[in-house]
Write a protein that binds this ligand. Structure first.
Ligand code: FE
Length: 207
């Protein structure tokens, strides 16, 4: 009799664009490794780890939030949060972005940072200054106030009740093939040409 293999709980989401679509800011080689090896690796490992646990078949964001509270589920958390963060990162970028947020988001940025330039300076400083591997986020806190947050390794603002609007991955695997140690150049090009402000504004609108 043929053995039927259970469907894995989690699957790798497709990129919302071609692997070459973010060039020249992010090369197709970087995107291919980042999505096809790193992100795929977190998803595969997560499927392995959840086997036989109550996390099987649960939505990814629920797995992230519940495993965050359980020190014994640290490995599950790391892989689940990395899977969630990367899916959010792909959608935080778009080919040929113009660097300009729409009016709803622009007015919230003005209210909470003073203006787009001030936001940009603070975001760049946070992303460039994140020590080691991590993420820099634009989030809305519980009161709807926009803030910049950085998280180490796999950590993610969704476990603190903050609402992510946009994220940049500053792990070396996100930029090293294209920029080597020049992380600030990656951040600056990312803000100018890739940041998906429509996505951020949509997230803000869903508050
Ligand atoms: Fe990454």
């Amino acid at each position: 009799m043929l053995e039927t293999k259970a469907k894995p709980s989690f699957t790798l989401p497709k990129l919302p664009y071609e692997e070459s679509a973010l060039e020249p800011v992010i090369s197709s080689r970087t995107l291919s490794f980042h999505h096809g090896k790193h992100h795929a690796g977190y998803v595969a490992k997560l499927n392995e780890l959840v086997e036989g646990t109550p996390f099987v078949g649960r939505p990814l964001d629920e797995v992230v939030k519940r495993s965050a509270k359980d020190p014994k589920a640290k490995l599950i958390f790391n892989n689940a949060a990395q899977a969630w963060n990367h899916a959010f990162y792909w959608r935080s970028m778009r080919p040929m972005g113009d660097g300009i947020p729409g009016s709803l988001l622009a007015s919230a940025i003005k209210r909470d940072f003073g203006g787009l330039m001030e936001f940009r300076t603070a975001f760049t400083k946070a992303a460039a200054g994140e020590f080691g591997s991590g993420w820099a986020w634009l989030v809305a806190d519980k009161d709807g106030i926009l803030k910049i947050a950085t998280t180490d390794d796999a950590d993610t603002p969704i476990v603190r009740g903050e609402k992510p609007l946009l994220v940049i991955d500053v792990w070396e695997h996100a930029y090293y093939l294209d920029y080597q140690n020049r992380r600030p150049d990656y951040i600056s090009a990312w803000l100018d040409k890739l940041a998906n402000w429509e996505f951020a504004e949509k997230n803000l609108g869903m508050l």
